[in-house]
Design a protein around this ligand. Structure first.
Ligand SMILES: NC(=O)c1ccc[n+]([C@@H]2O[C@H](COP(=O)([O-])OP(=O)(O)OC[C@H]3O[C@@H](n4cnc5c(N)ncnc54)[C@H](OP(=O)(O)O)[C@@H]3O)[C@@H](O)[C@H]2O)c1
Length: 297
């Protein structure tokens, strides 16, 4: 398994990481629900496969509880990143999610996450969105620095995207940035490079573009990009679309880890095999870039 240094954190992370949003359980959102038994089996499989980076969030239903319950005893085997600024209300049939930039919320998130994840420290605590001015005004960056001084977290991160990402980078305080990116949605490319220049670690999300046009759950906006660019024409014989998308992401020099979210053991095996093959050939990447640029105008 290819490992990269997660920027200035110095953490050695597997380039294929795991995003646990799919383990959110019943009465949340979406159409699929992963059972407790399947979540237990799957999380252990993720670690047995050698993946050592897991991303979660307080507002991913029971994802955090499951990580604590099923692999908490293996805590030394993985680097754990969760989020804060998350407010959520469990309704009868769905989970209502909001982000509130107040110290009480962030403090409560950390306490709850440590308890649910059955750990006494987080490797990375990430703001789940927000903007630089609000975080500063509310004293939340100082709050995270205080958590770090107390040993409850090791590094400060943020999960961000346009239009707020640039301001977050300018703050110069974050050890990691979680940023959406794939060949079908390359809009954050320049900001990834800018964030990496600060020495921060880069965590990519959406790196398999939700599985592309072969996925069980279809994402029309991304599939349109694939189809308009006619990427099937470039797909080497025997390569699945998801492999092409994932290996394109892994080719990015600043993709230290990409937290692919899957709950399907076959997809996990495919993604591991794709990650082992590593970067796409440069010529193929160039052709993909040309086609995507052409449809973006
Ligand atoms: N704002 C934020 O901070 C934010 C927002 C969204 C996500 N995230 C984090 O990023 C992680 C990943 O994000 P994401 O789930 O949006 O994007 P993603 O990893 O690009 O897509 C996940 C989807 O891809 C499918 N998939 C995975 N491997 C596949 C394969 N080999 N073939 C076909 N389909 C495949 C999965 O379905 P199967 O289960 O069927 O494999 C799942 O539906 C999340 O789990 C979460 O940790 C953060």
């Amino acid at each position: 398994m290819i490992r990269k240094t997660l920027g200035r954190t110095g953490l050695e992370v597997t380039q294929l990481g795991y995003g646990s949003m799919g383990l959110r359980g019943p009465r949340t959102w979406g159409v699929r629900v992963v059972s407790d038994a399947a979540a237990d089996e799957f999380l252990n499989l993720v670690l047995d496969s050698g993946i050592n980076f897991i991303d979660t969030s307080p507002d991913y239903g029971i994802s955090e509880q499951r990580i604590g319950q099923y692999i908490g005893a293996r805590r030394s085997e993985y680097i754990l990143a969760t989020k804060c600024g998350c407010s959520y209300t469990q309704h009868e049939q769905h989970l209502e999610i909001d982000h509130i930039w107040e110290a009480d919320v962030v403090r409560r998130n950390l306490e709850t996450s440590l308890r649910r994840l059955q750990t006494d420290y987080l490797d990375i605590l990430q703001f789940h969105g927000g903007d630089a001015e609000t975080l500063q005004r509310a004293g939340l960056i100082d709050l995270l620095l205080d958590f770090r001084a107390q040993g409850m977290i090791q590094f400060l991160g943020v999960s961000s995207s346009l239009p707020h990402l640039s301001g977050m980078i300018d703050l110069g305080v974050f050890d990691t940035f979680q940023i959406p990116y794939s060949c079908l949605a390359p809009q954050h490319e320049a900001l990834i490079n800018q964030a990496a220049k600060t020495g921060a670690g880069i965590i990519i999300r959406g790196g398999i573009a939700q599985g592309g046009p072969e996925a069980e759950i279809q994402r029309p906006a991304l599939n349109d990009v694939w189809n308009k660019a006619n990427l099937d024409e470039l797909l080497p014989a025997g390569m699945r679309r998801a492999e092409l998308i994932l290996r394109y992401t892994l080719s990015h020099p600043h993709c230290h880890t990409t937290i692919v979210g899957t709950c399907n053991p076959e997809h996990l095996a495919e993604n591991l095999a794709a990650a082992q093959k590593g970067s796409l050939p440069q010529e193929l990447r160039f052709q993909i870039d040309e086609r995507i640029a052409a449809i973006e105008g």
